[in-house]
Write a protein that binds this ligand. Structure first.
Ligand code: GTP
Ligand code: MG
Length: 370
């Protein structure tokens, strides 16, 4: 009997169908997007992505349905993961910096802020929010293209002394395509020329009607310079997040996404990863894209050592044998041998793909010359 298609299975697991097809190829199964898969295949593929599969038999029809889910009682609340996007110079970095510095708790003081791609802060109310510091929406798009759905809420920053700009629109489109709730931050409200109503008007023209005007989008006037409105903005993020009922199971092997990775002269390969479910621990064997390794050390964004990292926690980790790409999934594996095998299969696949792409370009160029 065949059940869901590769495409449906990908959707159930919140990964791209390409990822599923890739994994199938590594396992020696060649499937197409709409091909239906049998129980064995589904179980094996789901396992690769860290899911267990439950086949539910319905009495009256012989129909079978697949649900991939964790047990309700294993799930606990997790912090929302937030990305700030918007037009050049509208204040994304300033806003992130303000939030990071204003929410330093006593215990954290003294740590040197590292500019890593993700960090968590505690709000005044004692709740945690995780921010992804993507260098632009290219990174966001690249991650999405790789099947990574990491952002729960998107903050769109618009400078109130400027206008809705092309990149503002693009950012809104990206957030909507990803199905992420949007909160509008009307920034630079401290400036004499600030005219937030003009921006609200422009947003309304593109069907983004803010709550104050009877629409569904929360918005907040802020200043990344003075900090005005920022606690309220964080409250609105938490409110939006509450509706999403974000949960994860901390008592399982960690699964998450690579945010960035690079080679550090002194420390070797350093990867910033976001744990999405499960708990990552020192000594765990991690498979990340086409790389693997044992976690030697973990640090937070202030360079403080960590022993473990639960859901929605970003960490910098040492121990991988290379730099995976932003948006690559990572998962903790049972054995180093298994991790090495899959990593090397993936690396092989990438080499073949890049060869194919190169060939393609050559043909194109020949065509152009003719
Ligand atoms: P890109 O990364 O280049 O796209 O820009 P960005 O969106 O990160 O903007 P950034 O935070 O670099 O801010 C751009 C300029 O606006 C800087 O000179 C900031 O100091 C200034 N700025 C940002 N927020 C505010 C604000 O709330 N008030 C005032 N007065 N200036 C601000
Ligand atoms: Mg910036």
């Amino acid at each position: 009997t065949e059940f869901v298609s590769a495409n449906d299975l990908a959707a159930l697991m919140n990964v791209s169908v390409n990822e599923v097809i890739k994994v199938c190829m590594q396992l020696g199964m060649f499937v197409s997007i709409n091909q239906r898969l049998d129980a064995e295949a589904i179980t094996i593929i789901a396992d690769e992505f860290g899911y267990s599969v439950e086949f539910i038999t319905s009495e009256d029809e012989q129909a079978l349905e697949v649900t991939i889910e964790e047990n309700e009682e294993d799930l606990v609340d997790r912090a929302p993961i937030v990305t700030i996007m918007g037009h050049v110079d509208h204040g994304k970095t300033s806003l992130l910096d303000y939030i990071r510095n204003a929410n330093v708790t006593a215990g954290e003081a003294g740590g040197i802020t590292q500019h890593i791609g993700a960090y968590s802060v505690k709000t005044e109310g004692g709740r945690t929010v995780t921010f992804l510091d993507t260098p632009g929406h290219e990174a966001f798009t690249a991650m999405r293209a790789r099947g990574a759905k990491v952002t729960d809420v998107v903050i769109i920053v618009v400078a109130a002394d400027d206008s809705v700009m092309p990149q503002t629109k693009e950012a809104i489109n990206h957030a909507q395509a990803a199905g992420s709730p949007i909160i509008i931050a009307l920034n630079k409200i401290d400036k004499p020329g600030a005219n937030p109503d003009k921006v609200r008007e422009e947003l309304a023209q593109m069907n983004i009607l803010v709550e104050e005007w009877g629409g569904k989008y929360q918005s907040q006037e802020v200043s990344a310079k003075t900090g005005a409105g920022i606690p309220d903005l964080l409250e609105k993020v938490l409110l939006e997040a509450e509706l999403l009922e974000l949960k994860a199971n901390p008592d399982r092997k960690a699964v998450g996404t690579v945010i960035e990775a690079s080679l550090d002269k002194g420390r070797g390969y350093v990867a910033t990863v976001l744990v999405q479910t499960g708990t990552l621990k020192i000594g765990d064997v991690v498979l990340a894209g086409s790389h693997y390794g044992r976690v030697k050390a973990m640090t937070d964004h202030r360079g403080r050592k960590m022993k473990e990292a639960g859901p929605s926690t970003p960490v910098q980790l040492l121990g991988l044998d290379g730099a995976p790409q932003a948006g690559d999934k990572f998962q903790v594996m049972e054995s180093e041998r298994e991790a090495r095998e899959i990593a090397s299969n993936r690396a092989q696949l990438q080499r073949e793909q890049s060869l194919r792409t190169r060939k393609h370009i050559t043909l194109d160029e020949i065509g152009r010359r003719l």
